[in-house]
Design a protein around this ligand. Structure first.
Ligand code: AMP
Length: 539
């Protein structure tokens, strides 16, 4: 027997209409390239979203078209999130920190039609534009007065584009399973892969993560997403904030600047912020050096990489509770979140910290298991590590334009590439990674691409790259080289050789020489053995 309830679609359009009606006065504060402190409200932003939708239609966008953004966190990017998706197009957020060839690969693979770009990334796009085979034109995210000189073809100014457009728009009735946004991840082997979110998955993720057991956003909170909007939709909080009427503070290009972050927190009464450990280390350094305080800030979510113990302890002294979250691009992203069980609050401080540093417990909506190499499910005993696998309505079913088998195990679960233990209380802890990638400052470095670049040097017989701990970036690549017989390359020459072949921030700080790189039985480099060999190495 079927239930007899209405089956209204779960869409970003409905979320926008809700927030415009219920929370029109909720503020959105942004740092942008053309304004150090721009102020607007949900009401104003959603009015402009209507104008944007009319402008997009006039640009000739058709249902399902991918519209790209190359932009920092601010109100215009917020408008694009809602305007593109609610019109029935796909908001494709591109990571501007990628190497230009990766950006053109991603834009071509996605068949992007238009690119909305912050002025600061215009010079890079000018170099790239001939390689972008599907792009019809560019819209620069700025005012007429701040429009840069550019050689970009078919270029518009965002403010001029939407100015004068009607504030009414007849939003299409969308299927909740239709695509709303697209984000490529380099956290896998081979070319970056696209994760295509649906309206339904996005709304469910927001509902799931907005519960009090997790992010618990509310109208009396102010949230500052320091996680980029090009990285898994800023962990979903741009939607969650609209659902809960939470004031948004966007730091624009000032993400890693401790002084700006502290000023925004204090001047805008930020209570809650989200970001990777590297940005919280920057904030902490600034607080320690300047003697400043962040009195309104109650909670920080830290994710994307493990939280250093010393960081959590130091933030405690400022009265800021750090909560670890875990997830990934393929999971929209949140899967687990760390809030203690009531009895854990009475534990001695260091034991309590042991729990707080774990990746947390499941959020309703996601299932997880740990499995052995041969696929057997392992116990939740806090000791046995296994391959961490997940499933749920906001977990990726298949990558964009790839077969389901590329993302899925035969029984329908998704293997995260993380290795973890889960204890008897359901607290998960990441212990290792099976995927061959390095996470530095919250963004991925492909060890394979760095290895291939190094192997191009005539004196290199074999090259391997592993991630080693780093106090600021959490992890940095280390280049390990076997010299070609009869040659004697110097480490600085090898590192200099990589310049221009890979993104600057991918170049390892150090190179070490070994006689032999360990291999597995199938002839692959054994990264696990290499990591064991360099266990004591740290930057
Ligand atoms: P991304 O898809 O770029 O968001 O990266 C997801 C990956 O980041 C995960 O699969 C983990 O390898 C890593 N990660 C995310 N959160 C944590 C965490 N709390 N602790 C350790 N690693 C994490």
């Amino acid at each position: 027997m079927l239930g007899q309830m209405m089956d209204d679609a779960l869409t970003i359009t409905s979320l926008m209409k809700f927030a415009a009606r219920v929370f029109p006065d909720t503020e959105i504060v942004s740092v942008t390239g053309d304004n150090p402190r721009h102020r607007s409200t949900f009401g104003e932003a959603f009015t402009r979203v209507h104008q944007l939708a009319n402008a997009l239609a006039k640009l000739g966008c058709a249902p399902g078209d991918r519209i790209a953004t190359l932009a920092w966190n601010d109100y215009r990017h917020f408008e694009l999130y809602y305007g593109i998706s609610s019109s029935g197009y796909v908001c494709h957020t591109i990571n501007p920190r990628l190497f230009p060839e990766q950006i053109s690969y991603i834009a071509n693979h996605a068949e992007d039609q238009w690119v909305f770009v912050d002025p600061v990334f215009v010079p890079m796009l000018e170099q790239l534009q001939d390689a972008l085979t599907t792009v019809r034109g560019y819209v620069i995210l700025t005012s007429k007065a701040a429009m840069p000189e550019t050689t970009l073809k078919n270029v518009r100014c965002y403010e001029e584009l939407i100015e004068g457009e009607s504030e009414n728009f007849d939003w299409p009735e969308l299927d909740e399973n239709s695509a709303c946004s697209l984000c490529y991840t380099s956290g896998t082997t081979g070319n970056p892969k696209g994760v295509l979110y649906s309206h339904r998955s996005t709304v469910l993720h927001s509902l799931g993560t907005n519960s009090k057991a997790t992010l618990g956003l509310a109208p009396d909170e102010t949230i500052m997403p320091v996680v980029p909007m090009f990285h898994v939709n800023a962990w979903g909080c741009v939607y969650g904030a609209a659902m809960a009427g939470t004031k948004l503070v966007f730091p624009g290009p000032k993400m890693g600047d401790g002084e700006t972050l502290a000023a925004l927190i204090n001047e805008e009464s930020v209570t809650f912020a989200m970001g990777v450990p590297t940005v919280w280390l920057a904030l902490l350094n600034y607080l320690q050096e300047s003697g400043s305080k962040v009195e309104t800030l109650q909670r920080l979510v830290v994710g994307g990489a493990a939280c250093p113990r010393s960081l959590m302890e130091a933030m405690d002294t400022y009265g800021v509770a750090m909560h670890v979250g875990w997830g990934m691009t393929e999971m929209s992203p949140l899967g687990t979140y760390n809030t203690l069980l009531p009895w854990m609050n009475d534990l001695p401080e260091q034991e309590k910290l042991d729990y707080r540093l774990k990746a947390g417990r499941l959020i309703y909506g996601v299932e997880m298991r740990i499995a052995s190499e041969d696929g057997k499910e392992l116990p939740w005993d806090g000791k046995t590590p296994g391959r961490l696998q997940v499933r749920g309505p906001w977990v990726c079913k298949s990558y964009y334009k790839l077969d389901q088998s590329d993302a899925h195990l035969p029984d329908g679960w998704f293997d995260t590439g993380d290795v973890a233990t889960i204890d008897q209380y359901g607290f998960m802890q990441i212990t290792d990674r099976t995927k061959d990638v390095i996470k530095s400052g919250g963004e991925w470095i492909s060890s394979i691409d760095v290895e291939n670049a190094a192997m191009g040097h005539e004196d290199v017989a074999e090259a391997a790259v592993i991630g080693v701990p780093h106090p600021k970036w959490t992890e940095r690549p280390l280049l390990i080289v076997v010299k070609r017989p009869g040659s004697d390359p110097q480490k600085n020459d090898l590192l200099a050789y990589l310049d221009g072949k890979i993104a600057k921030w991918w170049i390892p700080e150090d190179c070490v020489f070994v006689d032999e790189i360990p291999h597995t039985a199938t002839g692959k480099m054994s990264k696990k053995d290499l990591r064991d060999m360099f266990n004591d190495y740290s930057y």
